[in-house]
Design a protein around this ligand. Structure first.
Ligand code: GLY
Length: 354
């Protein structure tokens, strides 16, 4: 697959990626290389990366615990301290090998350590391949508030090796699919239809769908890198989805993966789109059916609505106390800065539950 060039960096795929990485290391006079992994990617992905790296430089590995609950400033502190103890300097290269937590947190650590060192993202989950590792959003959560602390700075390179997906659970794969469905819903109807119509997904199909998803995200981010307007559309499903994810974060049976929460958010926000914009209720129902077919349904009791709605006050699209939704006018066309009443939001939960 041909590499995708963005304004600031290149995304390489599969067999080309390690050649590109080795050439990049050869061309830049790095002092040393640090690889950030979590407890999963340390076992399943690090050996693959190390066997493909050709360099005389010292390679140090820093491991953090896996899971969204570790995407915190405390974890960053541990990584900063290790970098410092092991004499990382301004010419150190940090390679983030992992899912969204590793690439978001690693990017943030790289942007702040000694005021910024180079970093390369190697996403190992579907979600981080099509979303988290692309576009330069780096950061950590603050308590239950997702990505409250962070910085926008693009990586120096992204390597997408879809072979890493073979170690992923079906649940993790579904989580990534949510962001791919979102890309279709906000930007490209035929891509959305392709995703929902595929009954027999081959590995070649998957590679192409990942590639197309990255192209959509790149097109949106390049038009609005700092999220002043169009990039907000990437938050479709996220205003309610993030609140639901935060609300159930530490719940024994209902803790959701990011994509699972976003899938619910997209159903709720499709209902809002039908109520507030031109999306027909039939289409909203079709989106709900397609999504539930893949993700199933959880029970969100009425007694939880108020606390979930309350968590939306932390959404980063809010301005002057108003909660702004990114919705869809139709499949493939988004509209930003939409405002919904509490009553409508409560009805969207009922639409999901019924
Ligand atoms: N994940 C949304 C964005 O990158 O803007």
């Amino acid at each position: 697959m041909t590499s995708i060039s963005t304004q600031d960096y290149i995304i390489h795929f599969n067999q080309n990626s390690y050649t590109a990485l080795n050439n990049y290391i050869k061309e830049n006079s790095f002092s040393n290389i640090f690889v950030l992994v979590d407890s999963n990617t340390s076992t399943h992905c690090l050996p693959v990366l190390l066997s493909n790296l050709v360099t005389e430089l010292t390679i140090e590995v820093i491991e953090i615990e896996a899971g969204e609950q570790h995407k915190t400033i405390d974890t960053c502190l541990g990584v900063w301290e290790t970098l410092s103890e092991l004499r990382a300097d301004r010419k150190t290269l940090l390679i983030n090998l992992g899912g969204g937590v590793v690439t978001d947190l690693g990017g943030f650590v790289a942007c702040t350590y000694q005021r910024g060192i180079q970093f390369i993202n190697i996403p190992t989950t579907l979600l981080s391949m099509v979303d988290a590792s692309i576009g330069g959003k780096n950061g950590v959560d603050l308590g239950p508030i997702k990505n409250q602390i962070g910085i926008i700075k693009t990586p120096n390179m992204v390597l997408v090796d879809t072979n890493y997906l073979s170690t992923l659970s079906a649940r993790e794969m579904r989580s990534g699919l949510a962001e791919m469905l979102k890309h279709g819903l906000i930007y490209n109807e035929s891509y959305y239809n392709k995703l929902t119509e595929l009954s027999d997904l081959t590995l070649d199909d998957l590679d192409q769908l990942i590639y197309d998803s990255i192209e959509i995200k790149k097109a949106i981010v390049e038009q609005d890198p700092t999220e002043q307007n169009l990039r907000k559309s990437l938050n479709f499903g996220h205003t309610l989805g993030h609140a639901i994810e935060s609300f159930y974060l530490n719940h024994k049976t209902k803790a959701l993966l990011h994509g699972e929460a976003i899938a619910i958010g997209m159903i709720l926000e499709s209902f809002l789109s039908a109520e507030l914009l031109n999306l027909s209720m039939d289409k909203a129902q079709q989106i709900k059916n397609n999504t539930i077919k893949v993700f199933g349904k959880i029970d969100i009791p009425e007694t939880d609505y108020a606390a979930i709605i309350d968590l939306m006050k932390f959404d980063k699209k809010n301005e002057k106390g108003t909660i702004n939704f990114a919705l869809i006018e139709t499949i493939g066309k988004s509209k930003i800065n939409c405002v919904a009443s509490n009553e409508l939001i409560i009805n969207s939960f009922k639409f999901y539950n019924e």
